[in-house]
Design a protein around this ligand. Structure first.
Ligand SMILES: [Zn+2]
Length: 214
């Protein structure tokens, strides 16, 4: 009895045909192999079709995932995570939330509006701190234009995974110490010198990494 004879309705006949097609060997031809642009019905790549794909948001960037580092305390990791999300109560952030503050200027330099990027990266004080930290780590100058450059910087350092992780821990500790010196100035009118902040970064990162990395 042939398989076709047991098919009683049109739907089953169609399904059988589809099954037949699936198990049929591929048809090969003598034509030369060629690339086909699968994102367009014509199979031909054009800049216009790529542009249309972008406009249709079919190439959505993957969400940024912040890398955790268990060689620093959880609170230090959390500060970096909040900074990346722009959830640090800088003066500009407070003004955005309609909270009354005397000035939007950075308390460390009093020259530019205090945003997350300014406080941790472009402020003259922060730049001096990063310069000394990079020299201490025997690396070239730190070039950062946003928080992600700081948080991902360890990936571009040559060396073993442990060395990269240690540098990542130093970067997170640097963010922590800049934030601490900023808060001490705002809430306790306590001025921190460059030497004091860098000394704290060295002492804390060595303490934390030694204690947690075994
Ligand atoms: Zn500043």
């Amino acid at each position: 009895m042939g398989l076709e004879k047991v098919c009683r309705a049109g739907v089953e006949r169609v399904e059988l045909q589809q099954l037949d097609n699936m198990i049929m060997p591929p048809m090969l031809s003598d034509a030369k192999d060629r690339w086909i642009w699968a994102m367009d019905g014509l199979g031909k790549f054009t800049v216009a079709s790529l542009k249309k794909l972008r406009q249709d948001n079919r190439f959505e960037p993957a969400p940024y995932v912040i890398k955790r580092n268990n060689w620093v305390p959880r609170k230090v990791d959390i500060l970096a995570w909040r900074a990346e999300l722009d959830r640090i109560p800088t003066r500009c952030a407070l003004i955005r939330r309609n909270i009354n503050v005397m000035s939007n200027l950075c308390p460390l330099c009093s020259e530019y509006p205090e945003t997350v990027e300014h406080l941790f990266i472009s402020c003259e004080f922060a730049q001096m701190v990063w310069n000394v930290v990079s020299q201490w780590c025997k690396l070239g100058p730190v070039f950062a234009f946003g928080m992600r450059d700081i948080l991902d910087g360890h990936s571009y350092v040559s060396g073993s995974p442990k060395l990269k992780k240690a540098f990542h821990a130093v970067c997170l500790t640097t963010l922590w110490c800049i934030s601490k010196s900023r808060n001490e100035l705002v809430f306790q009118q306590k001025h921190s010198s460059l030497q004091k902040v860098v000394g704290d970064i060295k002492a804390l990162s060595l303490l934390w990494v030694r204690a947690r990395s075994k």
